[in-house]
Design a protein around this ligand. Structure first.
Ligand code: HSE
Length: 308
């Protein structure tokens, strides 16, 4: 048995405009790192260090998204009295819409599976990672967890996950402005009802997006990466939303919307020249406004959570 293990769990974009709660993709960077070590002098799971989070995240294992799933996993496998020390190194802001809690939840169960050589498949670990994610969002939806664990762009249906094909050369711009939006709160503001017209448009967009991915049809992707239900209800929570979206559209993005429940805004491009031009204009404006922000550029991650 190895003494210490380190894993990487990527940031993710949930919803992907028209796939509320069912669609998500992972990006190469940033991503959390989780380290697990056996501790022969202890008989329990402990969090020994948390770095990189300005927010005070709980060290109690029954409250932290990284450890809730591990506790359930160990309980199901009837593994008791085992000393595991966990370090959580956060590389993305909490409450940012970049799947921070999912990254910790996936990294946590994955690292323990490796450390103890439990031999569970990634798909089996998702169930436990979802337990961790539940306390952050108040719902069981795998739109961050599935891509974080498995990589790529994932469609969740019931407890099954389907990897959709990815056309070559897609680049993702992520604009995070420092405003915290908690998923639970951002879900409470959503209306329970939609119109028939919204249902038709959103379904057409989702179908178009899936066909666009299968056929590598960039113009269909551009025509389909639209959200006619959620974005309008949440965008007031995000400073400069319309400005940023307009800039990405001016620079020929294939689509731009809220990443998860925000405040991060994502935009997908089919080349880096347009992406860099959009980035420069957005940066200039946010600096002028003296905003605290961070812009990430990445490709779509194919591996999901991995051993380092
Ligand atoms: N799909 C969720 C939401 C966020 O937008 O509320 C991520 O799970």
């Amino acid at each position: 048995m190895r003494n210490g293990i380190k894993v990487f769990a990527p940031a993710t974009v949930a919803n992907v405009a028209c796939g509320f709660d069912i669609l998500g993709f992972a990006i190469d960077s940033p991503g959390d790192e989780i380290v697990a070590k056996r501790n022969p002098n202890s008989k329990e799971l402990r969090i020994t260090d948390i770095t990189g989070s300005k927010l005070k995240l709980p060290y109690e294992t029954d409250k932290n998204t990284a450890t809730i799933g591990i506790l359930n996993l160990l309980k199901d496998l009837k593994i008791n009295n085992i000393g595991i020390d966990l370090e959580i190194h956060k590389k993305m802001p909490f409450g940012s819409g970049m799947g921070s809690s999912a990254a910790s939840a996936c990294g946590g169960v994955f690292v323990v599976n490796e450390l103890l050589k439990l031999g569970l498949e990634k798909k089996e670990l998702i169930k436990y990672a979802l337990d961790g994610e539940f306390i952050a969002s108040g719902g069981y939806h795998a739109d961050n967890i599935a891509p974080c664990m498995l990589g790529g762009i994932q469609l969740s249906k019931d407890a099954n996950y389907y990897r959709l094909p990815l056309p070559k050369g897609l680049h993702v711009l992520m604009v995070y402005q420092q405003v915290e939006i908690l998923t639970k709160a951002a879900r409470k503001i959503l209306s329970d009802t939609i119109t028939l017209q919204q249902h038709i448009e959103q379904n057409t967009n989702l179908a178009g997006l899936i066909i666009g991915l299968y056929n590598a049809d960039y113009s269909l992707l551009k025509n389909s990466l639209k959200d006619v239900i959620i974005e309008e209800q949440r965008k007031h929570l995000i400073p400069n939303f319309d400005f940023i979206k307009n800039i990405t559209s001016f620079n020929n993005a294939l689509g731009c919307s809220i990443s998860g429940s925000g405040p991060t805004i994502f935009a997908i491009f089919d080349n880096t020249i347009n992406m860099d031009a959009a980035k420069e204009s957005i940066e200039k404006e946010l600096v002028k406004q003296k905003r605290r922000f961070k812009i990430y550029e990445s490709q779509i991650n194919q591996e999901g959570t991995i051993l380092l």
